[in-house]
Design a protein around this ligand. Structure first.
Ligand code: NAG
Ligand code: NAG
Ligand code: NAG
Ligand code: NAG
Ligand code: NAG
Ligand code: NAG
Ligand code: NAG
Ligand code: NAG
Ligand code: NAG
Ligand code: NAG
Ligand code: NAG
Length: 585
């Protein structure tokens, strides 16, 4: 499926005195029946949204989850709304916002570029040539350029979309919007990401923010804490000490909110269509310096949530536009054969909800079961004992019981790595490699702290954010996870603690259990004597680390890339499907 990592956002401009309130349709448990999935009963949200003069719905980091989450294991049903349902939701919300029946055709009022549009030049070019023009000036890339040839064949660097947009909401409020990308360094050649520090000094930037709008809308693919939003915020504040500033961030996949002052709010709305963010603000008179009344909410994207907040029933909810998006997505899924079933998973396998190692750990399944089985197929080296090592970050999403499809393979294991090997390493040496790799992160942590931080910040710059997301899950479990789960009156889901006032989650949940896992995982060592020669197999992504460690645990030979060869034509992103065909049929 297409991998979109836009900081997608649209505004529901301006409405006062309209409040959603729970109608009779919403006071009981709903059963979803429109689609075959999911069959779970969903409980409705706790309370109506607070509407303001400006009301904004925000999604970010949706990646491939356009068809919604389709599995029946909890908490997946809570995120089961697909893009069509979302479109219907937006249409209804826009009607409420305007109090009339004229629908805006444009689903997103503003979109901002993300890092995933920049890893491959052809994708950036597609955004520049085909996508941005459709958004009619609302696809924002304030600090991201692409290099192309102009009509005369000259090489020029130009913004991928627009650097900023000025527009009026449907009720006449003036908006100045920007779309900012964090200091991303993993971009392809012929794309340029300007540092945020430099962007805020540009003349075009100062010109764009000079005129005072009714509010600034700062969208962007950049986390709301521990990143560079304050630079943009301060640059605006320096000129407009009182103007409301609404910030919508993303990238680290968490739910988060912070207020840089009493007349601004910054919201981040999770990932993978597991969260739809809501922000509203009641504007006051020009020149006021009082704190503004903001609200924010993290919605679980499913039809129950959507129907509750739009006061619709299942029969009245779908709009024609929403239905056509849902069916278009299904056709797309069919044309990519995403429903192809490799086998039936006997249980859930998770990345962080089960201990590592354990039977429920996806990392255990991958390293000790799936990879050894799959790499032995059609392999002339299959009867030479081996040890296989991978990085745990290669598994991206939990694998749920039931049919394991091509779509599930994409979501669980999207990264394409080759399997390499070094032959004739003695077992005694090869067996030290995995523990040594992982110890580099624990035992010697003190000594290595600077180095680790440097590596983490380098990875962060290149777009890896799992460490932030994992830490977030760990913290929410530590904050009374055991007690909340034991109470049994809350369903599993996110439990958010952010820096904004009041409770942010739309539905009260108990957090998922969290278990840490090592950075590197491996197959079960073969039962051979220490001096037996074996194959040391690993994913290409970690070649340099393997060589480095191998040259630390022994000094008899200086291993280099010249000792490394391809072990198998099988790629890492196909392992789970091939395994399912063998083991789950
Ligand atoms: C979340 O999922 C669980 C399990 O399917 C379900 O019981 C619960 O009602 C769901 N919550 C919401 C808000 O949909
Ligand atoms: C981006 O493109 C504009 C317009 O061509 C150009 O003036 C600017 O220097 C470019 N910025 C960067 C950082 O390349
Ligand atoms: C960048 O694009 C220009 C124009 O297409 C091309 O001439 C140049 O070779 C490209 N540079 C790189 C490093 O690919
Ligand atoms: C607020 O008032 C000042 C001074 O009258 C004016 O310059 C500015 O444009 C006004 N702002 C808006 C958003 O109307
Ligand atoms: C982004 O880069 C600039 C310039 O190197 C630096 O000052 C700033 O701290 C960086 N931001 C982050 C969040 O690392
Ligand atoms: C884990 O799986 C193995 C093999 O199927 C089985 O023998 C063992 O009992 C399982 N352990 C647990 C704790 O379920
Ligand atoms: C193994 O070889 C058979 C016969 O050539 C082929 O059909 C099959 O796709 C191969 N499997 C893998 C995993 O390469
Ligand atoms: C394997 O390594 C041993 C030393 O550890 C060496 O004596 C032997 O020649 C090597 N065999 C091959 C095929 O490289
Ligand atoms: C769950 O039950 C506990 C007491 O066991 C209570 O304090 C809490 O408010 C309840 N939470 C919800 C969401 O009903
Ligand atoms: C390992 O091999 C030895 C010798 O062949 C055998 O006695 C032992 O039972 C094996 N251990 C396991 C765990 O298979
Ligand atoms: C090992 O080989 C690499 C690549 O040839 C070389 O750069 C390095 O200096 C060598 N190290 C030792 C200890 O010989």
């Amino acid at each position: 499926m297409v991998n979109l990592a836009l900081s997608l956002l649209f505004t529901l401009p301006l409405i006062s005195n309209v409040r959603g309130c729970p109608g009779e349709d919403h006071d009981h448990t709903h059963t979803q029946h429109r689609r075959a999935f999911p069959q779970a009963a969903l409980t409705p949200p706790t309370r109506a949204l607070e509407w303001g003069d400006v009301n904004i719905i925000h999604t970010t980091d949706s990646h491939g989850w356009l068809l919604g989450h389709q599995k029946s294991s909890f908490p997946e049903p809570n995120y089961s709304g697909d893009l069509g349902d979302f479109a219907s939701f937006v249409s209804h919300m826009k009607e409420i916002a305007l109090s009339n029946k004229f629908l805006a055709q444009l689903p997103y009022d503003v979109m901002a570029i993300g890092n995933h549009e920049l890893y491959v030049y052809a994708n950036t070019l597609d955004m520049y040539k085909n996508f941005a023009p459709k958004l009619k000036g609302r696809y924002l890339s304030s600090n991201v350029n692409i290099t192309v040839l102009d009509e005369q064949g000259n090489v020029i660097s130009v913004p991928v979309g627009n650097r900023f947009a000025k527009f009026k909401t449907r009720k006449g409020k003036k908006v100045t919007a920007l779309g900012v990308l964090f200091n991303f360094t993993g971009n392809d050649k012929n794309t340029t990401v300007q540092k945020v520090t430099d962007m805020v000094k540009e003349k075009w930037f100062l010109d764009a923010i000079e005129e005072e709008p009714d509010f600034f809308l700062l969208a962007g693919h950049m986390p709301v804490v521990k990143d560079d939003w304050p630079l943009v915020f301060n640059a605006v504040r320096a000129i407009h000490p009182q103007t409301p500033i609404l910030i919508f961030g993303g990238h680290t996949h968490i739910r988060d909110c912070v207020q840089f002052d009493g007349r601004s709010m910054a919201l981040e709305s999770g990932r993978y269509m597991e969260t739809v963010g809501w922000m509203s603000v009641k504007l006051d008179r020009n020149g006021s310096s009082e704190n503004l009344q903001f609200s924010r909410r993290y919605l679980d994207p499913n039809r129950v949530t959507y129907e509750f907040h739009t006061m619709q029933r299942d029969l009245t909810f779908d709009t024609p536009h929403g239905k056509s998006i849902s069916s278009g997505l299904k056709d797309l899924a069919t044309s990519f054969d995403l429903d192809f079933v490799f086998g039936t998973a006997p249980r859930d396998f998770t990345i962080s909800r089960d201990p590592f190692p354990s039977n429920g750990s996806l990392l255990t399944l991958f390293a000790t079961e799936a990879v050894p089985v799959v790499l032995s197929i059609n392999n002339t080296r299959a009867n030479i004992p081996n040890i296989i090592i991978a990085n745990s970050g290669a598994q991206r999403f939990d694998l749920y019981s039931g049919p394991f499809t091509r779509n599930d393979q994409f979501t669980a294991s999207p990264f394409v790595d080759e399997f390499f090997f070094i032959p004739n390493v003695t077992a005694g040496i090869a067996n030290q490699v995995l523990p040594a790799l992982n110890n580099a992160g624990t035992n010697q942590r003190r000594a290595l702290m600077g180095e680790l931080e440097r590596r983490e910040s380098e990875l962060y710059g290149r777009g890896y954010v799992d460490m932030v997301y994992m830490r977030w899950l760990e913290e929410m479990d530590k904050r009374g996870g055991v007690e909340r789960r034991a109470a049994q009156n809350m369903t599993l889901g996110y439990v958010t603690q952010d820096s904004c006032p009041g409770i942010g989650d739309d539905v009260v949940h108990a957090p998922l259990p969290f278990f840490p896992s090592p950075d590197f995982i491996g197959s079960t060592p073969p039962n051979v004597s220490d001096d037996a020669p074996i194959d040391l197999v690993f994913v290409d992504f970690i070649e340099q680390q393997i060589l480095q460690i191998l040259n630390t645990v022994q000094t008899g030979k200086n291993y280099t890339s010249a000792d490394v060869a391809t072990y198998s034509p099988v790629l890492s992103n196909t392992v789970l499907g091939l395994y399912a065909q063998q083991a789950w049929n």
